[in-house]
Design a protein around this ligand. Sequence first.
Ligand code: BV8
Length: 243
Amino acid sequence: MKELFDKLTQVSRFTVLTGAGISAESGVPTFRGKEGLWKKHKPEDLATPQAFTRNPELVWEWYHYRREMAEKASPNPGHYALVELEALLANFTLITQNVDNLHVRAGSKNLLELHGNIFRARCSRDGMVFQLPSTSETLPHCPACGELLRPDIVWFGEALPEQEMKRAAAASIEADYFLVVGTSGLVYPAAGLPLLAHQNLAMIIEINPEKTPLSEFTVYCPGKASEILPLLVETVKFQLSVS
Ligand code: BV8
């Protein structure tokens, strides 16, 4: 790993994209693995605007269940390693596809949540956003106008939040180092960000126990995020001490 960072300095631009794999060791299930959520549930019944129109109770039930799971989970050494990395570097951006809030709870600051956050809801009428209490009524309604609230999550077929996506694209284009952690690299537009960084000559490092379509152009490091990320932080610390 040492050679990967031999040009790193304190002002190098470092961008990280995380997916469900980084939270797997916190006990939050991934989507597409053997035990993945999409093996037991159909995304088109639970994670599309059409599903919510058809059956809001079912969709809310699914998100209440996942919110409870996320609440019981705690950040793991992988999440904390990224907090440490951010503190070491002047230009650091963390982009996540995760909605579980574990990066926030670990203490990451410059964080872009591309797919929303499971602890927020928004008004179906005017888009006003609210924090969701841990115990919420089955079908929550907007405290301001009484309209049905929906989870503040980006469903399939929906646009990603514009500002977050713009900032994520800029951080990918400008990156000197781009770290891809725990994502299958199958969901777009997020999966396009490492390619954007690659086209702009960043060093792309991928941490995942399994290879992905992205591995064709990444420096692939096989293994678990909670084991490899702390090692990577130690290597970065060493390099910064000698640069
Ligand atoms: C959009 C809901 C346009 C949130 C999620 C064909 C049909 C329909 C649509 C499409 C299509 N082709 C392309 C599309 C577009 C679609 C898409 O990409 N679909 C794919 C699946 C084919 N994208 C969209 O629809 C996006 N919107 O394009 O809008 C538009 C533009 C303008 C105006 C209007 C519209 C919206 C995408 C958002 C979808 N939301 N879910 C929820 O309930 O959570 S996607 C879902 O996948 C999650 O959000 C998740 O974050 C995301 C990515 O998954 P991963 O995080 O990668 O997780 P996964 O399980 O796949 O992989 C885990 C990895 O971890 C594995 O590789 C595993 O090996 C690894 N791992 C395991 N353990 C560890 C580990 N790694 C490290 N350490 C470990 N310990």
